[in-house]
Design a protein around this ligand. Sequence first.
Ligand SMILES: NC(=O)c1ccc[n+]([C@@H]2O[C@H](COP(=O)([O-])OP(=O)(O)OC[C@H]3O[C@@H](n4cnc5c(N)ncnc54)[C@H](OP(=O)(O)O)[C@@H]3O)[C@@H](O)[C@H]2O)c1
Length: 347
Amino acid sequence: MTGLQPQYILVTGATGFIGAHVVDELLRRGIRVRGATRSLAKGEAMIQARPEYAASLDFVQIKDFATPGPLDHAVEGIDAVIHVASPLTYDTTDNEKELIIPAINGVRSVLEASQRSKTVRRVVMTSSFASVMNADRKGPPYFEYTGGDWNPLTYQESIAPTTPAHIAYRGAKKFAEQAAWDFVREQKPGFDLVTLCPSMTFGPIVHPISNLDQLNESNAMLWKVAQGLPLGTARVPSWIDVRDLALAHVEALLRPDAGGKRYIPGGTERFTYDWAASIMEEEFDWAKNKVQHQEQKVDDSYGFDGVTTAKDLGIKYTSFHTTVKDLITQLKGMHEALQESSPEALP
Ligand SMILES: NC(=O)c1ccc[n+]([C@@H]2O[C@H](COP(=O)([O-])OP(=O)(O)OC[C@H]3O[C@@H](n4cnc5c(N)ncnc54)[C@H](OP(=O)(O)O)[C@@H]3O)[C@@H](O)[C@H]2O)c1
């Protein structure tokens, strides 16, 4: 992509945790946004929550990527696409049908429509550190992952009925991202590609949810800590604040030199849920006799190159302390407001 400022961006997954932050970052910069959603009611809720941007934000309905239709209507008049949408759930009965095929189909539908559009100049895609990291690798020695690394999972391993959903998810992200790079290499479309491979993403929410059961998977783990429930175990100790990640998406869209790059955004801090519990006790009186503790070891046998993202895209990473404090302040406020409006609906 040349240095031309794109005017109108399609964001898929715009009603989700990360996508809604991307939408807001674009709108704040005066860039018009079209969100894609399977449910226009969710899109309407996003618009109603942002009355000041009503003229700059619209939504288009797309089919579930499990049975995708053409997305030509979604990319009509669009200069660039930020493709965030992908199924992110560990509650599956058929990993291939529910996670892997929809993830790959989503990428192909977006790229094929973008190619036909002739107006799309860049596609930024949300992949995941799950597509980078080899979960079976044992350190020491210390290893630093870069944008050149891929997890070694095969397609057959990912779809096997005995494979747990969190491992199938790693396959879904890898094969969907590889489908995107293959498409660009083979088809040589009129756009370039940037992919972002973040780890666990936490932080305040800006997408519409009507109760805290609808929280996205990663934030739900921190909310469980605040509720005094037993601590979960972090599958990876790396993480990023959702606001930093949204900024990285938009900078990846706007900076000409980002084209063709694969970034791993994130700082060097490693988190545990036990550390999150300590932060909550430090920040909130109500958490002092509530949160649980458990000794949790941090795997520091590997890290990743988050410095290249910071340098190329101009990101300063938020601290885990700030992220936990900001998220839990928001969720506690939402919980209290919901309790006041319908006390019987909440524990
Ligand atoms: N959260 C994390 O910790 C994390 C970490 C690394 C990477 N990621 C990646 O970041 C992206 C967004 O994650 P998120 O946490 O924002 O998830 P999210 O809150 O679940 O949002 C994902 C959005 O994608 C859309 N979507 C989901 N399944 C779909 C399907 N089968 N067909 C069409 N659209 C579908 C949904 O929009 P509608 O319901 O409006 O259609 C949903 O709002 C995903 O690609 C995920 O793999 C997330």
